[in-house]
Design a protein around this ligand. Structure first.
Ligand SMILES: [Zn+2]
Length: 140
């Protein structure tokens, strides 16, 4: 999905939540729609400021919360990190977090996906959703 389409979706989601789309908020939504690196609220606030959108940090938090409630973004809460956000429209993936740099990487592994389904099935369940996080340190 391209940035513009995603930003439009975010706008619609906010309208559904009864939030008025100001020029500043629209700019924030564009920043969020174009962020592919799991930013936290502070980073989004800074990027929106740089993009000329004079939003307050409180507005950023309120906007993120409304978007999360509407199901169009996901809140990622990694250990020892402020909450990060990503669009919910992406293909399923898991995350690997570098504990030294805080960098968040995405990966998909079909063997892990299958294995998880097998484990659940052996116990009489099917997986509805899952999150897998690997906390890693680069090998020296
Ligand atoms: Zn991700």
């Amino acid at each position: 999905m391209d940035i513009e389409t995603r930003a439009q979706e975010f706008e619609q989601a906010l309208r559904r939540a009864g939030v008025r789309i100001t020029r500043q908020r629209a700019a924030l939504l564009r920043v969020l729609a174009g962020a592919g690196d799991h930013p936290d609220a502070n980073q989004l606030y800074q990027r929106a400021s740089e993009a000329g959108a004079g939003v307050s940090l409180a507005t950023v938090y309120r906007t993120l919360s409304a978007l999360e409630t509407q199901g169009v973004i996901l809140k990622l809460e990694f250990e020892g990190e402020p909450a990060r956000f990503e669009p919910a429209d992406g293909r399923h993936h898991d995350h690997m977090i570098d504990v030294e740099t805080g960098e968040v990487m995405e990966f998909v592994n079909e063997r892990i996906e299958r294995l998880q389904a097998e484990i659940a099935a052996e116990m009489g369940y099917e997986i509805v959703r899952h999150r897998l996080e690997l906390y890693v340190r680069r090998k020296t």
